[in-house]
Write a protein that binds this ligand. Structure first.
Ligand code: MSP
Length: 654
């Protein structure tokens, strides 16, 4: 009897359309589902959209559409995208659905009755981008480290959840369950957060400020704070599925959340304490992955460097990207996506290694065996070695998947394919074909070559389901991969369908040439119109108190020429600049503009504005002797202030 699993992705905000960052977590859940099904397990997979909160209401207002229209449209885009590219989710939850709203209200009522919700006045620093209050220690130079925006100081009366009451119980749970948060370094991060005092959580917003949300069942003047609402999607979707079933008892005990590192705090602290107060058993695992970076910077809509799943599907095929995801990302660490790297990996692993092995061997089978797959041969030493390797790869595969070492599983498959390739090169079937007396040797070589391909494709099938199904069918391996045939049987060496007649050799992975890559790159580069399009009309209010001209004249602004620009080890937001202010020496400045300049060398020679009389600041990496002015950040692009004409270093700016 198989095991039971419940995989969830974060429910995505509907303020922007899906990009390949969202795609990754969704593909991860989909791949885990397919892997477990192949192992005979019972899996439920949930994804969906997070539709309340200030951020969404603000975007709708900016676009001049109703919030309802915005959420319906963008949620539809997410759902359609997943459908079009073959994501096999069991349900899709929207937090605006009645089933979810009712559940949230039930939980709020229960937690209030238990005495864990109280009313109080509070002043805090709120980041709309994060949709949460930030603690002063989380700020970098007064700004939200993720959104580069100044949090608003909010003072209001609200309802609070006694999160602090559950701190000790949560700490104990995490200490006693080492695999609860994976990988280890995120567990350590959470443990260190939990060693500081844990404040209670503000869980309401007054309707005078925000109407878009779920009403508090005990006070209609307030809506529920978006995270208290959103996290409850995980159980609410099980309590009532879209087709009206209650599958909570069955799947909840096996809940495994998949998230990226941006939302660890909400999932590892807010969520389990909420579960404790609501009397819900805690989820079983929290798997945390790193970011997909676009080159050096995090992929995000505001940086204009996102890759859209449906566009990619047309360009190079989503399944090839799924392969790249697992081949490239070490679970828990950040990875870089560039089209160039994708094409390099695709050409090497899929076109050259897998595709070539299949087409070389299959075409000789067509030529020499009338297309019929040969009999399983007597095994010589070379075949025994390759069969032993295949057996080890299959034996380690489950452990790699279940410990989230996907890249290691792919490495093993690649090694098996290169052993197959070497075997074919050594045995030279194209020469054996010419010698009728060596027919038996020839068919042994052809069998072995295609058996390696069959096994590699079987193991890749959770990652590239459609492509692999087509290739397996081509090889006469038509057995279902849904657990009805035990995995060990499928993977046993010698399973190739002897006597099956293969058809015309498919061009499974045509090589991607330079010209195709160049076309895609040109289309992906941000177009000048897009880059310079005016932002939607916004009412901008001054955010700081008025100052006099005398106050302003205290600031010594100067032209500085950048002489050097480099990354700072251990600081993913900073660049180290050496700037010339015409003083006969260079000044060192640490500037928080790294996300805008993935290739810092491009800054060398540029002239920027610096605050020259800022008191030098001692930082972890050295002293910062001035400050560079930059515009944007927050929800738009970040860009250093420069000049249209060359000036002298040290010139005044006023
Ligand atoms: N709505 C919240 C989640 C609530 S869950 C109860 C939210 N939404 S989000 O749209 O911002 O999605 C964040 C998630 O999208 C990440 O945790 C990750 O799963 C995925 N990713 C978005 N960008 C990503 C990268 N650049 N790289 C990797 N994953 C990324 O937070």
């Amino acid at each position: 009897m198989g095991r039971t699993f419940y995989f969830t992705t974060p429910i995505y905000y509907v303020n922007a359309e899906p990009h390949i960052g969202h795609l990754y977590t969704t593909v991860l859940a989909d791949t885990l589902k397919r892997y477990h099904q192949m192992m005979g397990d019972d899996v439920y997979f949930l994804t969906g959209t997070d539709e309340h909160g200030e951020k969404i209401a603000q975007v709708a207002a900016k676009k001049g559409v109703s919030t309802r229209a915005l959420v319906d449209e963008v949620s539809g885009v997410f759902e359609e995208t997943w459908k079009k590219i073959g994501i096999n989710n069991d349900d899709f939850i929207r937090t605006t659905q009645p089933r979810h709203k009712e559940y949230v209200q039930q939980v709020l009522t229960a937690v209030k009755e238990r005495g864990d919700i109280y009313f109080d006045e509070y002043t805090g620093l709120y980041c709309v981008g994060c949709e949460r209050y930030l603690t002063p220690t989380e700020l970098e130079e007064g700004l939200c480290p993720d959104h580069k925006t100044k949090p608003q100081e909010v003072k209001e009366a609200n309802y609070f959840f006694r999160m602090g009451k559950y701190q000790a119980a949560l700490l104990e749970h995490i200490e006693k369950n080492p695999g609860w948060i994976r990988p280890e370094r995120f567990r350590n991060e959470v443990l260190s957060l939990l060693r500081l005092p844990l404040e209670d959580l503000c869980i309401s917003r007054p309707k005078t400020r925000l109407q878009w949300g779920i009403d508090l069942p005990f006070d209609e003047r307030f809506v529920t704070y978006v995270w208290f609402d959103a996290l409850l999607n995980y159980p609410s979707a099980l309590k009532r599925t879209t087709d009206g079933r209650d599958v909570f008892e069955k799947y909840w005990p096996e809940c495994n959340h998949l998230i990226a590192k941006d939302i660890v705090k909400t999932h590892a602290i807010y969520w389990p304490t909420m579960c404790m107060a609501a009397g819900l058993p805690l989820p079983k695992h929290l798997d945390v992955h790193g970011y997909w970076l676009s080159g050096e910077s995090k992929m995000s809509k505001s940086l204009g460097n996102v890759v859209r799943p449906l566009a990619f599907e047309k360009q190079f095929g989503i399944e090839n990207l799924r392969y790249f995801f697992f081949r490239e990302m070490k679970f828990g660490s950040d990875s870089s996506f560039t089209y160039e790297l994708f094409v390099e990996r695709y050409n090497a692993d899929l076109a050259n290694s897998l595709g070539n092995l299949l087409s070389r061997v299959a075409s000789i089978v067509r030529k020499s065996q009338g297309g019929k797959l040969p009999q399983r041969p007597q095994e010589d030493e070379a075949i025994r070695a390759i069969a032993a390797q295949a057996k080890t790869v299959a034996a380690n595969y489950g452990g790699h998947f279940e410990e989230r070492r996907f890249h290691a599983a792919v490495d093993d498959i690649r090694a098996l394919l290169s052993a197959g390739d070497k075997y074919i090169n050594d045995q030279e079937p194209w020469r054996l074909v010419k010698d009728p007396s060596r027919g038996r040797e020839l068919s042994a070589v052809l069998y072995t070559g295609l058996e390696v391909v069959r096994l590699a494709v079987l193991l890749l099938s959770p990652i590239m389901p459609r492509t692999c199904r087509t290739l397996l069918d081509y090889l006469g391996e038509t057995r279902p991969l849904d657990g009805t045939v035990p995995f060990n049987e499928l993977c046993a060496w010698g399973g190739l369908a002897t006597g099956f007649e293969i058809g015309e050799v498919p061009r499974a992975f045509p090589r991607i040439d330079e010209a195709k890559l160049a076309t895609v790159l040109a289309a992906a580069a941000p177009s000048p119109e897009r880059a310079t399009a005016p932002p939607p009309a916004l009412e901008r209010k001054p955010s700081k108190p008025e100052i006099t001209i005398d106050d302003f004249s205290k600031v010594d602004l100067r032209v500085a020429t950048i002489a050097e620009a480099t990354f700072v080890q251990g600081a993913d937001k900073l660049l180290r600049l050496m700037v010339d202010l015409g003083e006969g020496r260079l000044r060192q400045v640490f500037a928080g503009i790294r996300s805008a300049y993935p290739q810092p060398e491009s800054l060398v020679g540029q002239q920027v504005v610096v605050v020259a009389n800022l008191k030098p600041r001692q930082m972890k990496f050295g002293t910062s002797e001035a400050m560079v002015l930059a515009g944007g950040g927050g929800t738009s692009r970040l860009c250093a202030v420069t000049f249209a004409e060359p000036l002298e270093p040290g010139d005044h700016v006023s």
